[in-house]
Design a protein around this ligand. Sequence first.
Ligand SMILES: NC(=O)c1ccc[n+]([C@@H]2O[C@H](COP(=O)([O-])OP(=O)(O)OC[C@H]3O[C@@H](n4cnc5c(N)ncnc54)[C@H](O)[C@@H]3O)[C@@H](O)[C@H]2O)c1
Length: 365
Amino acid sequence: MTTPQRRPAPQRPVRCAVIGYGPSHSFGRQHGRWLSASPDLDWVAVCDQDSARLDAAKNDFPHLQTFSDVNQLLASDAVDMVSIVTPHHTHAPLALAAIAAGKHVVVDKAMCLTVAEATAMIDAANAAGVMLAVFHTRRHDGNFRAIQETVASGAIGEVFHVELSGGGYHRPRDWWFSRKALSGGAFYYWGPHAIDWVLSLIPGRVQGVTGFYHKKLWPEVDIEDQTRALLRFENGAVADITWSHADASADLARKPLWRILGTHGAIVDTGAGAGSGLLTEIEGPVSGAIRTITIDGETRQTADVPYKTSDWATFYQDVADHLLRGKPVPVSGEAGRRTIAVFEAAERSSRTGQTEPVAFDSGGQ
Ligand SMILES: NC(=O)c1ccc[n+]([C@@H]2O[C@H](COP(=O)([O-])OP(=O)(O)OC[C@H]3O[C@@H](n4cnc5c(N)ncnc54)[C@H](O)[C@@H]3O)[C@@H](O)[C@H]2O)c1
């Protein structure tokens, strides 16, 4: 086997393009803003196949070069790196084309639709010696950072049970996400964040996943009404993650976003400061506190631990530090693939009724 040759580091500043300047969350625009916050990166171009979106980009940022055809963008020598911020079914083909053109790649979540696609992306990036990074920025959410720090401090003992719940009772709206072939299904919206959080929080491999998928409502859309995955880790910990469009009980009593049990305490985060688990605050949660209880013999102590800062822009500085200074990729293709592999195992399990193994799970982040 030959060792892949890494391309020489790009010049500073690294010249970056955003593919996808969509209206739904203004997320292409946000990527441009976040990468522009790094003095090591220069946002030079935007590509969108919709001319109205290109006009919007030109209006917002007149200095940008605009492309309606991704092949023309990828043929440009004036771009070193692309950020892919388009519907999920386009992630793998766009990433593979960018890698083939020698560009470094950031791909938003969900990384792609299938494990086979993820593996093709990882192998192609390795063979070409370019970076492949997955935009799991919600690792930088202030509530998650507070949870991670509390767990790492040992304050609640060893974590053995985690519940993450999101959603409510809402007919999915009419856009690409509500088409399973384009999005991957109901779990692929908020689920990539939830699965990535859990995989970041609990160490080690996932031994198996049991999935429960329901589709009884709204025949005009083909994504699931509710998806649930139970993950059993090799250290015995269990994570129970549910996303629902059909949970009417949320109107009566909303489940907390996070419920974490440790051997000597627990953490609850209502998610009130985190937009109920949905992305209502585009920079991540800004205010709020997680609740903790710690148990020491007969003493039970509760506390509010304020959310930390949601430092989303950190991701692009980490990308720059990787490209220019050889530091680790902030979220590697292999780490992104773990999330996709959990989805695949959960969906397979919902069909077979068995607990299913997770492809390629080595436990690393
Ligand atoms: N990380 C997060 O918290 C977060 C938040 C919101 C959205 N996202 C992700 O961002 C991505 C885009 O979602 P969105 O809500 O912005 O969608 P959107 O529909 O608003 O925008 C997608 C844009 O991509 C363009 N596009 C599609 N195919 C293209 C192609 N082949 N070449 C060039 N342009 C193309 C469309 O014209 C559209 O303008 C998804 O992966 C989504 O999951 C992530």
